[in-house]
Write a protein that binds this ligand. Structure first.
Ligand code: PMV
Length: 360
């Protein structure tokens, strides 16, 4: 498929007004996306677990307007008007206008809320942008009811990507792949697809306990971080490594080999942060407590031989991943030994989920 396939077809049904709503989850990358080309095309493929509990709920009320010159929208977070969110959404609308012919024909009221606290250090862009992309697709479907389900999801992922790269992996569930790789048939730089191969039952209901080490705003945004990969001395090797890790992950997902799974996942997290620490200018997003948690996890793994591993986003928080069948012992360890390193003792229990849901 090419970008052209996502340009709106002529609409077959007039619609004056309405409301649509979706809830869409966050996701956690196992193989990380860090570095992009123009139009949010990733430099390397990535793989993620879709989450279940960390999600954004968005409703979009729309009504036909007279002038088609400009966008017309308002944004509310938890019932409060948020003009501060408008520039980001304006940029998103500018990028997707080419693919959604109706965007300037309606005025919109966007009402959104997150299940996780706003100031938790958890990025809401993946869940927020994917929820909005799905709402927009629901309007397009009202205007063009023939749109098939598979294309609906694909275009929602395509649109979400243009808002925030990793958001394209939040539409569907289980394991998602974004970025062209010969290891995964049907993979694309334009949208994410469901991982199409056999997955071992060890990964069913896989747990992700998110340790909130630092709930503040990130000092360096991911947009800046991606851009620093342009002249990065190790970029080429990093993109090669990500491709290799994705290939290596494939047999692991099939066999359920959790030792290798954890090694690959942790290598990816530390490689991501190594890129940050060696860019120009360099920066560090991990905090002392991030390191203390990692040390504790490794000591616990050494002494118990239990299948526990961690990954990191572009921040200080630690995602602790483990299979459900070991969940009780590992959660006990997390509560007793790791939560003390979280800001105000805060953490979130999440697990692999099934993707976004339409609410109305
Ligand atoms: O989607 P963005 O532009 O916020 O970038 C996300 C980058 C990481 O979260 C660090 C990695 C990933 O693949 O999700």
């Amino acid at each position: 498929m090419t970008e052209r396939d996502f340009i709106s077809q002529p609409y077959s049904k007039p619609v004056e007004s309405g409301t649509v709503a979706w809830e869409s989850p966050s996701n956690i990358a196992l193989v990380k996306y860090w570095g992009k080309r123009e139009n949010q095309i990733p430099e390397n493929p990535s793989v993620s677990f879709t989450l279940k509990n960390c999600k954004t709920i968005t409703s979009l009320t729309f009504s036909k307007k007279e002038s088609e010159l400009d966008f017309d929208f308002e944004v509310y977070l938890d019932g409060e008007k948020k003009d501060g969110f408008k520039p980001k959404i304006q940029t998103f609308f500018d990028r997707i206008l080419e693919y959604l012919a109706f965007l300037k024909n309606y005025c919109f009221k966007i009402e959104t809320s997150n299940t996780f606290p706003h100031s938790s250090g958890i990025a809401s862009s993946a869940s927020g942008i994917s929820a909005l992309a799905l709402c927009l697709m629901s309007i397009e479907k009202q205007l063009n009811p023939e749109i098939p389900k598979e294309f609906f999801n694909r275009k929602a992922s395509f649109l979400a990507r243009l808002g925030s790269g990793s958001a394209c992996r939040s539409i569907e569930g289980g394991i998602m792949v974004w970025g062209k790789t010969s290891a995964v048939e049907g993979s694309s730089d334009l949208f994410a697809i469901k991982y199409p191969y056999k997955v071992h039952e060890n990964f069913r209901s896989y747990q992700d306990t998110i340790l909130l080490v630092d709930k503040g705003e990130k000092q360096v945004s991911s947009t800046v971080g991606h851009n620093l990969m342009h002249n990065h001395p190790f970029a080429k090797e990093r993109f090669r490594q990500a491709n290799q890790n994705l290939e290596d992950l494939k047999p692991v997902l099939e066999s359920g080999d959790l030792d290798t799974f954890n090694r690959l996942m942790e290598m990816e997290a530390l490689s991501l942060h190594a890129m940050m620490m060696t860019s120009k200018p360099y920066f560090i997003l991990m905090k002392p407590n991030t390191f203390k948690i990692i040390r504790k996890i490794w000591d616990f793994k050494d002494s118990t031989k239990l299948p526990i591993g961690f990954t990191l986003d572009a921040g200080a928080n630690v995602h602790v991943l483990y299979p459900k069948h070991q969940g009780k012992t590992i959660l006990e360890f997390i509560k007793n030994e790791l939560v003390a390193y979280c800001e105000n003792g805060h953490y979130i229990c999440d697990e692999i989920g099934f993707g976004a849901n339409q609410l109305f």
